[in-house]
Design a protein around this ligand. Structure first.
Ligand code: PEP
Ligand code: MG
Length: 755
């Protein structure tokens, strides 16, 4: 069996010399194939490059007919070369022609060759082409030869990535590096953002591929591995991470991988073949990423991701970059791409330069999604392979309404989205014009429109929308984005800022609504079968009164002489409300004894989210100053349909007769009992649903900032009396099936009401 003269190290050294020569791209490629063929003792060496249209084109060859260069093409999956591109795996055959995938291209004259070895040109897990050697004889290629060819392929992939071959490709397609990719994810935060990729954890671009001194590189690799191992051990031993739970598991897995002999051996082998330590890590990481993209088993994918993270740590250690410093200097029109991200990290970025967020993970109720919505940043989650498909500076579009991402979009796609963004901006301008128009229906019913908020970044929306106050301040968000439990004074300072921002307008704080899906990373999670029905919200508040007391005191102090409304989440019985009220009364008395100014007017309310309250309305109205309907939870409990579970979350409609009848019961009883009433769940912010609520008799709605404009535009054209008559008649008749959505939509269309 012939063996490579000089071995891979000599090959890499010669490659480096060729790369440095001042010659054109085609000449360089031609020299490279001659060199590889000679080094591998092969009669043929060919390079196929993936064009932007996904077609593989022969770019250079030694041994096949030269006329076939730039003429022979094949689709991904077609022939042996196409197969390698599609699977991103090497293929070694002693007789290519007897392989079922072999496809004969007469112009190449390859019929006389039998042995075949092809490897993908991989970069960051993407296949950029295929490198092939062939021999006349029937022979098996040795493991070391496959390794050597893969290492060489890496150098070629870098050459392609550097853009050097772009000029050799047809103008209309370019090469695959620039290929547009469309990915469907899930909508997290509304809006359209056009910009350029900024990786949250930038990959280290390895520039120095070929080693000068193998021993020194092996040492560098060993030191870096030892460093990374020590830092993981320290993290685990320092005990910063909770003893159970996800963080610790991730670290334990890291530790396991950091000692994985197979992984270490592959990296050392890559160094022995002539690569620098960082290039060796990248080489092995690239194979791993290619596997990751094809892996469908979620558990194995997760493990491959862990390995990828570990390789990244190693690269950072070897090349020594300061990520935090880089994060501070964000370019304009930045779209952050991350595998996952904590909410606090998003707040670290310069908001004025941020145009969007793309995550490989992150559901619609994840904390990062909440923060993205609060900041008004279009965001899409669950975008498969987002980090490996993109590179720093790639053009990218985020459609946060449709849950779509366009990576390196073609110019017509870009134009379509730019138009969409312009339309949206125009609509926003129109809403802006409505800012100072009083929210009164055509027949003179005034409707109070307030904001839902939860973070400091929400407060400027008050002035932007001219909302009439904050109808729901979700105090748990401060707790959710923090690294540790906020202290009493941190809570008070946030509440003071909110009180100052609302000025004379009303403000309703909701006490901590944690538990269920709202998990605090620093609090030991309690395993529950049904967390949505478990120990949460006011139940925690009453069982751990210390927590509630601290918060109530902070609220009372922050309000000073300002009017204040406090409401309790998830109240299920009147007794719960009364006990919570007693805690507030005690705090009030305590502060008063110590000479603090008390709120000018203090109102205490209950959120109506648990159906049990529907059947004690008179009683709850008698003890509470106001009620606020949390329709998100009320819907989930009324229909026994988990709001977090995508299979069932949208199965039932709030515009269904049962929900509408429940809502009517509440508004009728509140009117009779003279109890103030608001809706602060999502339905208040959707124009069609808001129209139905007004029809039922609701006059106060609290919603996210982006909803104020559309809801106001709707109600300005609405005749409240007419929609009431229509809706009550529909409910009375019991028609409309499971939902009145289409009947109400038709009503809006007939009456020219924008919904
Ligand atoms: C609701 O349940 O409707 C509500 C407003 O509260 P949250 O969405 O925060 O649970
Ligand atoms: Mg709720």
């Amino acid at each position: 069996m012939p063996s490579a003269p000089g071995g891979p190290r000599l090959l890499l050294r010669r490659l480096r010399e060729i790369m440095a020569e001042p010659i054109g791209a085609q000449d360089r490629l031609d020299k490279i194939v001659v060199l590889i063929a000679a080094n591998m003792v092969a009669e043929v060496c060919s390079v196929y490059v993936m064009r932007g249209d996904g077609v593989l084109e022969l770019f250079a060859t030694e041994g096949l007919n030269r006329e076939a260069v730039h003429r022979t093409t094949m689709r991904s999956g077609e022939g042996l070369v196409g197969l390698i591109a599609a699977t991103a795996e090497p293929l070694a055959l002693s007789d290519a022609q007897s392989h079922p995938a072999f496809s004969y291209k007469p112009e190449t004259g390859e019929e006389i060759y039998h042995a075949f070895l092809g490897v993908p040109l991989l970069r960051a897990g993407n296949t950029l082409g295929v490198l092939v050697v062939q021999n006349r004889t029937y022979r098996m290629y040795a493991e070391e030869e496959i390794e050597a060819l893969q290492t060489t392929a890496m150098v070629l992939a870098e050459m392609i990535a550097a853009g050097e071959l772009q000029a050799l490709a047809p103008v209309e397609t370019g090469i695959a590096l620039r290929r547009p990719v469309y990915q469907k994810g899930i909508a997290l935060a509304d809006g359209v953002g056009l910009g350029y990729v900024v990786p949250h954890e930038p990959r280290v671009m390895v520039k120095n591929l070929i080693a000068e001194n193998m021993e020194a590189e092996l040492q560098r690799l060993d030191h870096a591995i030892a460093d990374v191992r020590t830092s993981i051990d320290e993290l685990i031993e320092r005990g910063d991470v909770a003893h159970h739970g996800e963080h610790r598991e991730v670290l334990e897995t890291f530790r396991m991988f950091a000692h994985d002999q197979g992984w270490l051996r592959r990296m050392r082998e890559a160094v022995t073949s002539g690569l620098t330590a960082e290039a060796a890590v990248e080489r092995v990481q690239s194979d791993n990423r290619a596997r990751m993209q094809r892996q469908t088993d979620p558990y194995l994918r997760e493990r491959l991701h862990d390995l990828d993270d570990l390789a990244n740590r190693l690269l950072h250690r070897l090349v020594g970059r300061d990520l935090v410093a880089e994060r501070g200097s964000l370019p304009d029109n930045a779209i952050i791409v991350a595998r996952s991200m904590g909410p606090a990290a998003l707040l670290d970025y310069d908001r004025s330069r941020l145009r969007g967020l793309v995550l490989e993970e992150g559901g619609p109720t994840s904390h990062i999604a909440i923060v993205a919505r609060a900041l008004g940043i279009p965001a899409v989650g669950e975008v498969a392979n987002a980090t490996s498909l993109t590179e720093q500076g790639d053009a990218i579009i985020v459609d946060g309404a449709a849950g779509e991402v366009q990576i390196r979009p073609s110019s017509d796609v870009e134009a379509a989205y730019a138009e969409k963004a312009r339309l949206r901006a125009r609509r926003q301008e129109q809403y802006l014009k409505l800012r100072d128009v009083p929210a009164v229906t055509r027949d003179g019913a005034p409707i109070t429109l307030q904001l839902n908020a939860g973070l400091l970044v929400d407060l400027p929306h008050l002035a932007e929308t001219r909302a009439e106050g904050v109808g729901l301040f979700r105090t748990e968000l401060q707790f959710m984005v923090a690294e540790r439990m906020p202290t009493a004074s941190e809570q008070q300072s946030l509440y003071s800022a909110v009180v100052a921002a609302v000025g004379d307008l009303p403000i309703t704080f909701r006490t901590l609504d944690i538990g269920g899906d709202k998990i605090l990373p620093y609090m030991n999670a309690i395993e529950e079968e049904n967390p949505a029905l478990g120990w949460r919200a006011i139940r925690i508040g009453l069982d751990r009164p210390g927590l509630l007391r601290v918060q109530v005191r902070a609220l009372l102090k922050a309000a000073g002489g300002h009017a204040l409304k406090i409401m309790f989440p998830m109240v299920a019985t009147c007794d719960e409300f009364i006990r919570a009220r007693e805690i507030v009364e005690r705090e009030k008395a305590h502060l008063s004894r110590h000479g603090h100014t008390l709120p000018r007017d203090l109102k205490l309310g209950a959120m109506l989210e648990v159906p049990s309250l529907l059947f004690q309305l008179k009683e709850i109205c008698a003890v509470a100053d106001f009620l606020s309907i949390g329709s998100n939870d009320l819907m989930q409990f009324l229909f026994a349909s988990d709001r977090e579970n995508r299979r069932v979350a949208d199965r039932f409609d709030p515009l269904s007769p049962p929900m509408l009848r429940a809502l009517k019961m509440v508004v009728d009883e509140a009117a009779m009992s003279n109890c103030e009433l608001t809706v602060c769940g999502e339905i208040g912010g959707r124009p069609l649903e808001a129209m139905a609520l007004i029809g039922l008799g609701y006059r106060s709605l609290s919603m996210s900032p982006a909803s104020i404009g559309p809801v106001k535009a709707m109600l300005l054209s609405l005749d409240a009396g007419k929609v009431r008559a229509f809706l009550l008649d529909e409910l009375e008749r019991g028609g409309g099936g499971d939902t009145l959505r289409s009947a109400l939509t038709q009503f809006a269309e007939t009456h020219g009401i924008p919904i």
